[in-house]
Write a protein that binds this ligand. Sequence first.
Ligand SMILES: C[S@@+](CC[C@H](N)C(=O)[O-])C[C@H]1O[C@@H](n2cnc3c(N)ncnc32)[C@H](O)[C@@H]1O
Length: 365
Amino acid sequence: MTLTTEDQARQLRILLADRLEATGHLPDPEWRRAFEAVPRHAFVPKFWTLVDGHMRQITAGDPEWLETAYQDSALATQLTDGVATSSSTAPSLMLDMLHALDVADGMRVLEIATGTGYNAALLAERLGSGNVVTVEVDPDLAWLAEVRLHTCGYAPTVLAGDGRAGQAGAPFDRLIATCGFSRVPRAWLGQVRPGGVIVCPVGWGIVRLIVSGDGATEGRFLPTGSYFMAVRDAGATGTATHPGRPNGAEQRLVTLDLGAVAGDERFRFLISLVAPNISLSTERDETGVFTAVELWAADGSWARVEHGTAWQAGPRRLWDVVETAHEVYEQHGRPGRERFGMTVTPDIQEVWLDSPDGPCWVLSS
Ligand SMILES: C[S@@+](CC[C@H](N)C(=O)[O-])C[C@H]1O[C@@H](n2cnc3c(N)ncnc32)[C@H](O)[C@@H]1O
């Protein structure tokens, strides 16, 4: 007997759910039920994956489409000038964030960054469509997501707009964002009721904040890494284009080993906090040893380090910032993300290590 596409998809979904449960990403039976019910493939009829360093397009009907849709991978679903501007997040990361959101029946959730609509479908399956509002900056994507949600039997409120601004219908019990931020948008503090939870990517990590009625909203980072595409304005890509090598860069000798920066994923998280909104690339020789690190940002800041020398230009001396942060990192035993926390008030946002009294870094936008 030949299986229908829907039967095959269901089998693949159960296999993926088994794997995600075995690896600790699906501990809650309610989320498992929702995960098994929502057809991810229906939200990703076309996507791109990286094959041998090149983006390869896969569409519904291609032999590998269904199997790839049910792998634990992020799938780029929109490219703008070669840059991914929308995607479906890797299921394990999505489930870690949903678990951290700590929802209960009847709660109302605001999702920022609808993308494909898949995560909104999971929320709608778990809480009921009437309890979910989702916002997407790209009106075409918002429309497509709404159509696909309806096709699958879900009807959350899908809004086209800038998720940083907040939405009518507040206060919500929970807010979850699935694009990257350097700070928590100030408007969100009024979007979630006191005691409610915000789960938001900040830098290359994810913070879980408990909203306070009047004092400081505070919380800790999840242990998991995250490299979400940056929040953007409508029509923009949100990604800084590489500036090329600027003229007149300052030059100095460096003491910090490149591998300590480029090869240490935990330290990269701290870099994303102290040097917000940067892009980072690395080069290695044929034996795998790091030979160069380059950092750049949309404000024109640029640094390149190779052969024991740092060249820096632009308003921020990015390599200086990295070296200073590395000293703190070493002094405190190379902390992982879970040792960091964050305090948000209407006036200031700080990330701290171990406790609000520990070493801290003020987050700039
Ligand atoms: C990783 S995707 C979201 C994944 C999505 N939750 C899903 O399940 O498919 C990031 C999305 O954030 C959207 N985005 C970027 N900036 C935004 C903003 N200011 N407001 C709302 N959405 C935004 C992008 O257009 C993109 O679709």
